[in-house]
Design a protein around this ligand. Structure first.
Ligand code: DC
Length: 220
């Protein structure tokens, strides 16, 4: 199987770019952030402090998180409930980042990610795909952009979805999430030594997609 690992900070365009590229290549696109978001959503619903290991770890018992692919589109399930939309709420982003720093949560989601990659040609995006989940991926890309450019894109995306958000809050949140994701002890966000760095700060979405496809095609 061919596995393409894409890592990078929140809002760098990983999902939009990877989704388009995967259609182009006929691969499935796996968004691993959705898994951490589902664990975070579940903990929030149970009224847990998502930063507390002691409160979050017990929620993993009997927790069923699964991915299904419907017409090539990933749907994420919490038990029998399709939570693909619910996990996109803004407050779930921070909860996902919080629970993702807990080693037991990462362990809990590890096999699920590995199994999908073993069975499918896929583009998998996340924070530790090239470094931890798929260290042997044939192609690794580290996709990034300045915090301001990412906040601007996320702001527009949320406004379009009708959410009531403010740019400065989004920027602060992105900076905080970057800090948490790069400074945690376990599987922190970092570029794998053998990953190709793609900076999309000055690129339009179309240019970013073209660039990424050319990086992939050169290596397949
Ligand atoms: O990609 P995203 O913004 O949906 O991810 C939400 C959070 O989940 C992110 O802040 C950190 C965490 N995450 C992770 O730790 N490892 C991954 N492979 C994917 C996401």
């Amino acid at each position: 199987m061919i596995n393409i690992a894409i890592d990078g900070p929140a809002g760098a365009g990983k999902s939009t770019i990877a989704k388009t590229a995967s259609k182009e290549l006929g691969y499935i696109y796996v968004d691993t952030g959705a898994l951490y978001r589902t664990v975070g959503l579940n903990a929030l619903r149970l009224g847990k402090d998502t930063k507390s290991e002691a409160e979050v770890v017990p929620t993993l018992e009997n927790l069923q998180v699964s991915l299904r692919f419907v017409d090539g589109e990933q749907r994420v399930f919490l038990g029998d409930e399709d939570v693909s939309t619910a996990i996109r709420q803004n407050e779930v982003s921070m909860a996902a980042s919080n629970v993702s720093a807990i080693p037991k949560v990462r362990e809990f989601l590890f096999d699920l990610q590995r199994d999908i990659a073993k069975k499918n040609n896929c583009i998998m995006d996340g924070r530790d795909i090239g470094t931890v989940v798929l260290p042997d991926a044939q192609i690794k890309i580290y996709l990034t952009a300045s915090a301001e450019a990412r906040a601007d894109r996320r702001y527009k995306e949320l406004i379009e979805k009708g959410q009531d958000v403010n740019y400065d809050d989004i920027l602060k949140e992105i900076e905080l999430r970057d800090y948490q994701d790069t400074h945690r002890e376990i599987a922190p966000l970092k570029k794998a030594d053998d990953a190709v760095l793609v900076d999309t700060t000055k690129l339009t979405l179309e240019e970013s997609i073209d660039h990424m496809l050319s990086v992939i095609r050169e290596r397949i």
